[in-house]
Write a new protein. Structure first.
Length: 121
């Protein structure tokens, strides 16, 4: 098992595909929002991202996202702030910088490493 801060996961996942906005970006195969990038980085498969399941999975992995916190947008759930920052045009890297100021103070959860899959072709 390994631990990964949310800010690290956002940065890593941001390297995998272009940024997108709106609620569909968390479960898109062609682009990702900041939260979708984090899920990509830790290997959460797309089949587990239907409906609100993707948001629930993010909160399972980083429970502090469900807490109320002071944000650039006022006092809201951290999850909501990240979602809105992404849709307001913040880059995922800028969002990760803001997240880093919070997640450094949070208890880290262990995230299982994604299984490696051989691809032929």
């Amino acid at each position: 098992m390994q631990t990964m801060r949310l800010s690290e996961a956002i940065r890593l996942g941001a390297m995998l595909k272009p940024q997108g906005g709106g609620c569909e970006s968390i479960r898109s195969i062609t682009h990702s929002c900041a939260l979708g990038a984090a899920l990509d980085a830790v290997g959460v498969e797309m089949r587990y991202r239907s409906g609100n399941g993707a948001y629930e999975r993010v909160v399972e992995l980083w429970p502090w996202l469900d807490r109320i916190t002071a944000t650039p947008r006022g006092t809201v759930r951290a999850l909501t702030a990240i979602y809105e920052m992404n849709d307001d045009g913040w880059t995922r890297e800028a969002i990760a910088d803001w997240v880093a100021t919070i997640d450094a103070q949070q208890e880290q959860v262990e995230i299982p490493a994604p299984a490696l899959v051989a691809v032929e072709g």
